[in-house]
Design a protein around this ligand. Structure first.
Ligand code: GDP
Ligand code: MG
Length: 437
């Protein structure tokens, strides 16, 4: 995919101590190829790499950043710029505010109409009305009703009427009479751009003068998306683009080219078939996605999971060998704390969840416990039976707690160890099942 390709491109720069015209050119050739492969329009890709080139060569080569990193940054900044800088909202100022959907058949207009209505209803506490202007297929009107029912938004339709302009107008009147402050007009599309469809959408557009005309495009259509966007924009001069179906293994090319070809912002993205699969479009997130630097959070989470799995495996081994000590106890506590809410997470401690369940635990509950364990010597931690009266006194003093608290912790620890031994008695496989379950 594009990220891999760009990765390869940046590779050229790694190991080079400075940015020279030669290695910049080499890198950008790769970047351009990667963009073209991702269905970015040729002109866009060329302009893009030219801009990055100028910026790269204008940089002080003595910069602290490594050239590869600098290029990643330049490319990312330029991607963000290309896709529109800041995220753009929709105009909700009308009374009612009228939003017209346009796009080819199957691009996701009806689905997105529902998603947007749901979004405005829940996020902006608006009272939307959906208007069904796809008069060619009765099923299209039914589809919008199904969507409306799902999200609890009223749908205005007129099955006997074959004039979408009249329906759109009547819909707006209906909204005014019934206190709807947003009207979303869903329209018919065709499989390809044709004159009849363009005339129809243009007539609706002229008749209802929408606050927003949104061009809905399937992001999987790649290069075609740009041509379609251009055709619709020539007729409608739309306000923004909706990029649907960005949930699958979709190439980022469309997002990149559309903005530069029609100079209109991408406003929302669709990321699934369900009504809540809608996101405000953030150019920087999209740039991250395209560059594969994105989803840093989920990557970190995944790494975290792996780490935790590894830790759990080690712990299982220790328990099996009867070597569970206070260090392990402490690392378990730290893991729980790291993860956030106590209550939900108790069950995640292998084996310990059941032992701790009866305890009243809040987020500060482990503070004293940690202090106590920190005040133990390493040998005390791995061999708690060493803890006699004078050692306990020393630990209480060192941790700013009391002997009672130290005893309390010891009691809990012993309970836990006992339980773990018990489980061990049940045989290896059974123990593992219990600890994981
Ligand atoms: P319309 O002809 O433009 O009204 O398109 P529809 O809203 O009927 O959508 C066509 C198909 O694409 C339907 O099967 C939708 O469920 C699906 N669809 C729409 N948006 C998305 C999306 O963001 N992700 C996915 N995976 N499917 C979508
Ligand atoms: Mg439709």
């Amino acid at each position: 995919n594009l990220s891999d390709k760009l990765d390869k491109a940046f590779h050229v720069l790694k190991g080079h101590g400075q940015i020279t015209e030669v290695n910049v050119a080499e890198t950008l050739k790769e970047v351009r190829r990667a963009l073209l492969d991702a269905d970015v329009n040729f002109k866009t890709a060329k302009e893009f790499t030219n801009t990055v080139k100028e910026k790269a060569l204008g940089q002080d080569v003595l910069t602290t950043l490594k050239p590869g990193q600098l290029m990643v940054k330049l490319v990312k900044d330029e991607l963000i710029e290309l896709m529109g800088g800041e995220a753009a909202g929709v105009d909700l100022s009308g009374s009612p505010s009228v939003i017209l959907m346009a796009g080819l058949q199957g691009s996701g207009k009806t689905t997105f109409s529902g998603k947007l209505a749901n979004f405005l209803k829940t996020k902006k506490t608006k009272k939307p009305l959906l208007v069904a202007c796809d008069v060619y297929r009765p099923a299209a009107i039914d589809q919008l009703h199904v969507v409306g029912d799902q999200i609890g938004v009223e749908v205005f339709s007129d099955k006997g009427n074959s004039d979408p302009v009249a329906i759109a107008k009547a819909g707006i009147e209906h909204a005014k009479a019934n206190g709807h402050n947003v009207v979303i007009v869903d329209t018919a599309g065709r499989l390809a751009v044709d004159e009849e469809m363009m005339n129809e959408i243009s007539n609706i557009h002229t008749a209802i003068t929408p606050n927003e005309t949104l061009f809905v495009v399937d992001s999987m259509t790649g290069q075609d998306a740009v041509n379609t966007a251009k055709a619709f924009n020539d007729v409608l001069d739309f306000n923004g683009v909706i990029l649907t179906k960005l949930d699958g293994d979709t190439r980022g090319g469309a997002a990149l080219s559309i903005k530069s070809v029609v100079n209109k912002p991408i406003k929302f993205i669709g990321t699934g078939e369900k009504m809540d699969a809608i996101d405000v479009f953030y150019p920087s997130r999209m740039a991250d996605r395209i560059l594969g630097m994105g989803d840093v959070v989920s990557l970190v989470e995944r790494a975290q999971e792996q780490y935790d799995e590894e830790e759990a495996r080690k712990l299982h081994k220790k328990i099996a060998k009867n070597q569970f000590g206070f260090d392990d106890f402490l690392s378990q506590i730290q893991q729980i704390k790291k993860m956030g809410s106590m209550k939900d997470l108790l069950g995640m401690i292998p084996g310990a969840g059941k032992a701790l369940k009866g305890m009243d635990i809040d987020d500060d509950a482990f503070k004293g416990v940690e202090a106590i364990i920190h005040s133990m010597t390493p040998s005390e931690r791995s061999n708690p039976s060493l803890l006699n009266g004078s050692r306990k006194k020393r630990i209480a003093k060192g941790s700013g707690t009391s002997i009672q608290e130290v005893n309390q912790l010891l009691k809990q620890f012993n309970q836990m160890s006992k339980m773990m031994k018990m489980m061990q008695g049940g045989g290896g496989r059974k123990m593992m099942q219990m600890m994981q379950g």
